[in-house]
Ligand binder design. Structure first.
Ligand code: DAT
Length: 176
């Protein structure tokens, strides 16, 4: 099985509360670098890796074992940017670096309202962001030093995040 040292390109995780900008950052990063964008939600829908529906939060429930099986081959090859809100159930060996996007409450509230989420779903996501649930999960699940928090409120922050990640990719390539 391929491990971190045998990959020709790194795998990057982009995690964060819904609405923090994962798909915006992930897609733009892939466009600029040629890396492969993997939306876990879309793969799960297409490959039928869902295990029911959460009526309260109005979203599908992911079958974690099945999505891991589904993604194993592509992740072994490397060169992926994975977009999913949480990241604690993926194999640690998959990722060379993990980014957790963070957004201020007011900004996040506007984005989720615009998305048409109901009040309960908005409140649940805002409270998850306030208590930095995803960031803590990521820190508990991956090695010290590979988890990075990125602010994701403005277009300038998006550009700065892209620059930092592209710089990291260049360093990775020089070292491997
Ligand atoms: P996610 O994939 O985390 O659910 P998204 O990429 O769909 O989030 O972004 C949600 C909305 O916020 C979308 O309208 C684009 C906007 N957005 C994302 N990142 C942003 C940023 N850094 N500055 C301003 N708007 C941003």
């Amino acid at each position: 099985m391929a491990n971190q040292n045998s990959r020709v390109a790194p795998n990057l995780m982009i995690a964060g509360t819904p609405g923090t900008g994962k798909s915006t950052l992930g897609k733009e990063l892939c466009q600029r670098t040629g890396l492969n964008y993997v939306s876990v939600g879309e793969v799960a829908e297409a490959a039928d890796c869902m295990d029911g529906y959460d009526d309260e939060l109005q979203c599908g429930i992911l079958d974690e074992d099945r999505i891991i099986d589904e993604l194993e081959d592509v992740m072994s090859q490397g060169g992926n940017v994975v977009d999913y809100h949480s990241c604690d159930f993926f194999p640690e060996r998959w990722f060379d670096i993990v980014f957790v996007l963070r957004t201020d409450n007011g900004v996040l509230h506007s984005r989720l309202t615009e998305r048409g989420y109901n009040e309960k779903k908005i409140e649940s996501n805002i409270s998850s962001e306030i208590f930095q649930v995803i960031l803590d999960e990521a820190r508990d699940s991956y090695a010290d030093g590979i988890v990075h928090e990125l602010p994701s409120n403005t277009a300038d922050e998006l550009e700065s995040n892209l620059d930092q990640i592209i710089q990291w990719l260049e360093t990775w390539k020089m070292q491997h």
